[in-house]
Design a protein around this ligand. Structure first.
Ligand SMILES: O=C(O)C(=O)CO
Length: 276
C-alpha cells in the first residue's frame, strides 16, 4: 500500500487550519501537505507537526494574488522579481518545516497570449528556481492541472511537464502527478504511471475521485487497482514517495465529514494487512 498524506487545504476544513494537523494524526495519517503555510508562523506549524509526529511532505510556493484568481507566477512575463521573492520565502519555510518538496504552480496563460509565447518565461524562472532549491537541498515540483478546474492554466499534460524538465536538466526539478487531473486531461492513467514513475522524475502523487473530486472510492477511477500499480512499479524502481489525498469530502465541511469518508483508506489498510 502506498503511503498517504492528508491534504489539509481540502480535508478537515470544518476545523481551523492548525487543528487539522491533530485531526489528520487522529485518523492515522503520518504526513501532511497543503497549499500555503504563509498566513502562519513556521514555528507554530512546526509545533503541530512535532506534537503529532507528522511529516510535512509538500506545500506550494506563493502563487501571486490567489484571491484575485492568480494560480502561480512562473509563466507570467514581467513578474520575475515577485516570483523570485516567493521562491526565497518558500525555501525559508521548507527549511523550518523540514519539507523536502515545494510545488511551483505554473500560472494562467495571460489573456491574448498563446502558451508558446510564455513558455520561455516559465523555463527561465524554473531554471533559476531549481538552482536556488538545489543549494537548499529541496526538490521543486511541477503539476499538470486540468482546465476544467483552472481555465487557462499553463501546464496541463504529463508529457509537457516531462519535456520542460528535460529542457532544464536539473535533477531536483520533478513532477507532481495528480491522477485526478491526469484522468480528466488525458486518461490511460495506469499506463502513464508505468511510463513515468521509472524515469525518477515523479516525486509525488495526488488522488481524488473523478469527476467530482470527492473521496477516491467515488467516481470513475479504480483507485485500489492504481495503488497496486504504484506499489508494483515503486518496488521495481525504488520509489519511496507519498500519495497526497487532495479531495473534497462528499459530506462537506461538517464535523466528521472527512473521517467518515475515510472508509477507502481503512479498506486499503485492511487489504494490505491481509496480504502480509
Ligand atoms: O489544484 C491542485 O491540484 C493542486 O495541487 C494545487 O496545488
Amino acid at each position: 500500500m502506498p503511503r498517504f498524506a492528508a491534504n489539509l487545504s481540502m480535508l478537515y476544513t470544518e476545523l481551523d487550519f492548525l487543528d487539522r494537523f491533530d485531526a489528520a494524526a487522529r485518523d492515522g495519517f503520518k504526513a501532511v501537505e497543503y497549499l500555503f503555510p504563509y498566513a502562519f508562523e513556521a514555528r507554530d506549524i512546526r509545533a503541530r507537526l512535532d506534537a503529532n509526529g507528522l511529516q510535512q511532505v509538500l506545500f506550494n510556493a506563493p502563487p501571486g494574488n490567489w484571491d484575485g484568481g492568480e494560480r502561480g507566477l512562473a509563466c507570467l512575463p514581467g513578474r520575475e522579481a515577485e516570483f523570485r521573492e516567493g521562491i526565497a520565502k518558500a525555501l525559508d519555510y521548507a527549511q523550518a518545516l523540514d519539507c523536502p518538496r515545494i510545488h511551483v504552480m505554473a500560472g494562467l496563460i495571460p489573456e491574448g497570449k498563446e502558451r508558446e509565447a510564455v513558455q520561455p518565461t516559465y523555463v527561465e524562472n524554473l531554471r533559476w528556481a531549481a538552482a536556488e532549491a538545489k543549494k537548499a537541498g529541496r526538490d521543486l515540483l511541477l503539476e499538470p492541472i486540468n482546465q476544467r478546474d483552472i481555465p487557462r492554466f499553463f501546464l496541463n499534460r504529463q508529457d509537457h511537464a516531462h519535456e520542460i524538465i528535460g529542457m532544464i536538466g536539473a535533477d531536483n526539478l520533478k513532477v507532481q502527478m495528480d491522477l485526478y487531473h491526469c484522468q480528466i486531461v488525458e486518461g490511460d492513467v495506469a499506463m502513464k504511471i508505468r511510463k513515468y514513475l521509472p524515469t525518477g522524475r515523479v516525486a509525488h502523487f495526488q488522488i481524488a475521485g473523478v469527476p467530482q473530486r470527492h473521496e477516491p472510492d467515488i467516481g470513475e477511477l479504480n483507485h485500489p487497482y492504481l495503488f497496486s500499480v504504484i506499489d508494483e512499479v515503486a518496488a521495481q524502481c525504488g520509489w519511496q514517495g507519498w500519495v497526497g489525498c487532495e479531495y473534497r469530502p462528499a459530506r462537506g465541511a461538517v464535523p466528521g465529514g472527512t473521517s467518515d469518508g475515510l472508509g477507502w483508506l481503512r479498506d486499503c489498510t485492511e487489504a494490505a494487512k491481509e496480504s502480509e
